[in-house]
Design a protein around this ligand. Structure first.
Ligand code: NAP
Length: 331
């Protein structure tokens, strides 16, 4: 079977290789054999291939891919949670195995059966939508009408934040770094879309008529974090969840000391490890229901067959995309 493997860190399209490995052995007690159908390429995957992720693999060669969707084809003895034919979510918690492959054997208790829905949307469900929802619910107690601000608003997480904030009745300010991205978001129905810049705090003050947000969601770091911090109400919280600029988050003492602004971090993997299976099941049931109903989806720019791995990785690393890059594993 085909598997994506990397034996060194470096430029993703140069270090990731499609290799032929033996088929997995038949599932043992408590395990299920899953045929992978579709996988997403996320910035976190590229960071792992570059050797810059929060928990890099301990040993090389390693296997790539942190999420996706597939079908159970066989179960071992004692498995009740899923059955052959079920469509299941493959979660980043299994990144050690790597989801960019044709088949894998997994502990059946960790699998979640999914409703029938668009394959690409399901392939992107485990990481970004959960991240977006938890950042809206787990840091600041918000009520309908409250203001929230996010940057990198045209990212996949950003799209999810726009849709989830709307379902929660929140007023979201969406910050992007280029005018064409702003135009795309507005065309998709987003409101309050603005371009990042030094005067961001003033413009947010104008938009909110002085009733500043108490929550800011930051994917970028560096000075972008500071611009969000300065935009918040006194006592507000910046949640940083990405390192797109590659720079450390900056928050001025003026904001932390005199205005009690707090900088927090969010990493879905930590939430996943700390949560009960019941909480995890409930979260993904909510999100998959929204996708299956067609209420929520995020843009996809291209679907590549797994055999065009390097083209897909080059495309995923390109700035200015209008949507996610996914790979079809099963033709
Ligand atoms: N902490 C967690 O648990 C967690 C979970 C999921 C995702 N993430 C992080 O969330 C971020 C977004 O992920 P995604 O999958 O939603 O991304 P994505 O859909 O691939 O979009 C990438 C976004 O990053 C922007 N960008 C890239 N480099 C930038 C820079 N130097 N300055 C400002 N913006 C920049 C792009 O803007 P342009 O369109 O203008 O190029 C685009 O909006 C990533 O950092 C990812 O690692 C974290």
């Amino acid at each position: 079977m085909l598997v994506v493997q990397y034996a060194r860190f470096g430029v993703p399209a140069e270090v990731a290789e499609l290799v032929e490995l033996p088929e997995p052995v038949a599932p043992q007690a408590g395990e299920a054999l899953v045929e992978v159908e579709r996988v997403a390429i996320n910035p976190g995957d590229l960071l792992r291939l570059e050797g810059r992720y929060g928990n890099n693999v301990a040993a090389l060669p390693a296997f790539a891919g942190a999420e996706g969707v597939g079908r159970v084809v066989q179960i071992g003895p004692g498995v009740n949670r899923v059955k052959p034919g079920d469509r299941v979510l493959l979660h980043q918690y299994f990144a050690k195995i790597g989801t960019w492959r044709e088949r894998l054997v997994m502990p059946a208790d960790s699998l979640m059966a999914m409703p029938e829905a668009d394959l690409s949307q399901l392939a992107m469900l485990s990481v970004n939508p959960a991240t977006a929802l938890l950042m809206l619910t787990d840091f600041v107690a918000l009520k309908p009408g409250d203001w929230v601000v996010q940057n990198a608003a045209n990212s996949a997480v950003g799209h999810w934040l726009i849709k989830l904030a709307a379902t929660m009745g929140l007023s979201l300010i969406n910050v992007v770094r280029r005018e064409d991205a702003a135009a795309e978001l507005r065309a998709g129905g987003a409101t309050h879309v603005i371009i990042d810049g030094p005067d961001l705090p003033d413009r947010i003050g104008e938009i909110t008529a002085g009733k500043r947000p108490r929550l800011a969601i930051d994917a970028i770091g560096g000075e972008a974090t500071q611009r969000l911090a300065a935009s918040l109400a006194e006592g507000g919280t910046v949640v940083n969840y990405g390192l797109l600029s590659g720079e450390a988050c900056r928050v001025a003492a003026h904001d932390t000391v005199f205005r009690d602004v707090t900088l927090r971090g969010f990493w879905l993997q930590r939430w996943w490890i700390a949560s009960t299976q019941g909480a995890i099941d409930a979260l993904y049931a909510q999100l998959s229901g929204l996708v299956a109903s067609g209420a929520l989806s995020v843009p996809v720019e291209a679907v590549y067959p797994l055999r065009r791995l390097k083209d897909a990785l080059n495309h995923a690393g390109r700035p200015g995309r209008t949507g996610k890059i996914v790979m079809a594993v099963k033709a």
